[in-house]
Design a protein around this ligand. Structure first.
Ligand SMILES: [Zn+2]
Ligand SMILES: [Zn+2]
Length: 221
């Protein structure tokens, strides 16, 4: 599986390109301000992008959607419970002091687990509300192999968890999503977050100070 990660200032938000080495089909996840670097990675690998998949609709995760859609022509997927945030991307920018352009409408809402297939791989969608109402984990892997790589957005970080003070956020819900959805995956499952370094389910189970106690306010939007 091809995985390329890019991040730039000011948000240092991770955007991802995930591809199938055999068929050269792929998906792009959360294109933000680093969209040009993601598109370069798509070209370098010669990928045909089938979907633009969003983990949630905070502005740092969607500012590059318009450019990605124009360059790739792929449909945009989001959980319906975050569409109010997606449609308000310009207002999100104003609230944080940034100019943000409007983004094209979502093409489809995740209805059930999927998978959304690309080549030999699929992206299974698991609803993980708490950081935002429509936050999801995209669990990506081969159809015939149970191991999955988890693209968790801002739900869980290496050593931290997502903030819950933005519209629709809720700490109890977030902690439940992490414990019941993300921690149900095997300890060795890789966790690729919306910000910061990769981690694993097992490492966060053992060492994450926020999930064991059910409180704490920290993280990035
Ligand atoms: Zn973020
Ligand atoms: Zn966020």
């Amino acid at each position: 599986m091809i995985i390329e990660t890019r991040e730039i200032e000011p948000f240092r938000k991770n955007g991802y390109v995930v591809g199938c080495d055999r068929t050269k089909e792929g998906v792009i996840i959360d294109p933000g301000d680093e969209v040009d670097q993601l598109l370069d990675a798509v070209s370098t690998h010669g990928l045909s992008i089938k979907y633009i998949l969003l983990t949630h609709a905070h502005m740092d995760h969607i500012t590059g959607v318009d450019r990605a859609k124009k360059a790739l022509g792929a449909p945009i997927g989001l959980h319906a419970d975050d569409n109010f945030l997606y449609k308000a991307v310009v207002q999100q920018g104003i609230a944080f002091g940034f100019h943000v352009d409007p983004q094209p409408p979502v093409d489809f809402f995740y209805d059930g687990a999927g998978p959304w297939r690309f080549g030999d791989y699929g992206a299974w969608v698991h609803h993980t509300p708490g950081h935002s109402p429509g936050g999801v984990c995209l669990a990506i892997g081969r159809q015939d192999d149970p191991s999955r790589t988890l693209f968790v957005g801002d739900t869980l970080f290496a050593g931290s968890i997502g903030r819950t003070d933005l519209p629709g956020g809720d700490m109890t819900t977030l902690v439940r999503s992490i414990r019941e959805v993300l921690f149900a995956f095997p300890d060795e499952a890789a966790v690729l977050s919306g910000h910061g370094e990769p981690t694993t389910v097992g490492r966060e189970k053992r060492t994450n100070p926020y999930v064991g106690h059910g409180h704490g306010e920290h993280g990035s939007f």
